[in-house]
Write a protein that binds this ligand. Structure first.
Ligand code: GLV
Ligand code: MN
Ligand code: MN
Length: 421
């Protein structure tokens, strides 16, 4: 069925959703189409204010929890029933796009707004959440809000600092949260029924399949490491090559070795990235003494990811010895992959067929708050097509029509999850 036919049978309000998408993209706008909306920043706080307004207009009561999550609640017929949660995040990459995360939050609000306009009171309560710090670059560890409510924070997390030396604890306080009371904001497994997230695909498969929406089967789990390589500084003009302990030469060889290890199995689903590299006290005529770089390693297959990690650790050690360097590896984040709940995939599938879609199934290489929510409840994810699969880039784009189809699918799936007896 052509997409135009689908958009004619929408219950959700496509114009309202498009308007909200456009309005929110002004908060932290970067150039023509990009967004820079760091977590727990003044601009995210302003954007939260706008999102909270839209939650209230949609018939929800709104709260900011102590993890920095913004949550809107629509009561169900049974106020004590476990909650159906839906949402995503509105923090962005430093030079990000305006769709990553935002589409999930605004589509969820749109779905609840539609229910309220139709006078639908679901059996279970629905909570729409905009999670705190999904992206993770500011404090070097992401998925903070979802890890918080599910009880997955680690010791010392609130003391992590951003590039300006501000701790997460300080940033939370300035944002209006009380980090000393975070246990009060946790969910128990009994308090939550299920979680549903809509997100842009951030990959090219839906475009190739010529479909506006897809059903996620599982999410690859990332491990984030920081590698510190230590050598000895010296004069670039006087130290003979054979006597050098050049940390940057060692780090460069490690980065290439890592790339080769990850791509060893061309059929494999492992991906690895070095996204940050820092040479301390860099000067063109000083032999680099200290270099730090990051590792992002992911797979849906945990055994394969673990094997890659073992290989990279061995290889880095060998390279360090070769150049008379020291290497130190610390783990910043370690989230296991997970598969979406089959019964929720089935609901998304039947609702997409009812809409005349032929939504393909696919794995998510990007991580999402849904991955963390899987530690507490059943969950599902809907993907929406984005142009050329471009994401984490100001060029990210998804059409209003595709977003409306995705939001409609979310609305229908939510009704099934929350119950409409
Ligand atoms: C989240 O944005 C990720 O890096 O997958
Ligand atoms: Mn995202
Ligand atoms: Mn992202």
């Amino acid at each position: 069925m052509p997409d135009s036919v689908i958009t004619e049978q929408l219950a959700i309000n496509k114009d309202r959703l498009s308007r909200h998408m456009k309005q929110l993209s002004e908060y932290g706008r970067l150039g023509e189409t990009g967004v820079c909306r760091p977590t727990l920043s003044p601009v995210e706080k302003e954007a939260f204010g706008k999102v909270a307004e839209w939650m209230e207009e949609a018939g929800m009561t709104v709260r900011l929890d102590n993890f920095g999550n913004l949550i809107g609640r629509k009561d169900g017929k049974d106020p004590d029933a476990p909650v159906v949660m839906t949402g995503s995040h509105i923090d962005s990459q430093p030079a990000g796009g305006r769709f990553d995360g935002t589409v999930g939050v605004l589509s969820s609000i749109e779905a609840v707004h539609t229910m309220s306009e139709k006078g639908i009171i679901p059996d279970r309560p629905i909570e729409v959440v905009s999670f705190c710090d999904e992206e993770g670059w500011r404090f070097g560890k992401g998925l903070f809000g979802s890890r918080g409510i599910t009880g997955n924070l680690e010791a010392g997390e609130l003391d992590r600092k951003d590039a300006d030396g501000i701790t997460r604890r300080q940033a939370l306080r300035e944002f209006g949260c009380d980090p000393d009371k975070i246990p009060e904001s946790r969910f128990s497994p009994e308090s939550i029924h299920s979680f549903l997230e809509l997100h842009i695909e951030q990959g090219p498969l839906l475009e190739k399949a010529d479909q506006p929406a897809g059903i996620v089967t599982g999410i690859a789990g990332p491990i984030w490491l920081t590698v510190k390589v230590k050598g000895f500084a010296g004069h670039a003009g006087t130290v003979p090559m054979a006597m050098r302990q050049d940390a940057l030469v060692g780090a460069s060889e490690m980065i290439v070795a890592f790339h080769e290890i990850v791509k060893e199995d061309p059929e494999g689903t492992t991906v690895g990235t070095v996204g940050e590299l820092n040479v301390s006290g860099a000067s063109r005529n000083v032999i680099p003494e200290e270099v730090a770089f990051t590792i992002d390693l992911r797979d849906i297959d945990l055994d394969r990811r673990n094997r890659c990690e073992e290989l990279l650790r061995e290889s880095f050690q060998r390279i360090a010895e070769k150049y008379h360097l020291k290497v130190d590896i610390t783990e910043d984040q370690n989230t296991k992959p997970s598969y979406c709940s089959p019964w929720i995939q089935d609901i998304i599938d039947s609702e997409s067929q009812a809409l005349g879609l032929n939504a393909p199934t696919m794995m998510s290489g990007a991580f999402h708050d849904a991955l963390v929510m899987s530690s507490l409840c059943d969950y599902g994810m809907i993907f929406v097509r984005c142009r050329e699969g471009i994401s984490h880039n100001p060029k990210e784009y998804a059409s209003d029509d595709d977003l409306a189809v995705g939001a409609e699918l979310l609305y229908r799936t939510l009704l099934r999850l929350a119950g409409d007896s």
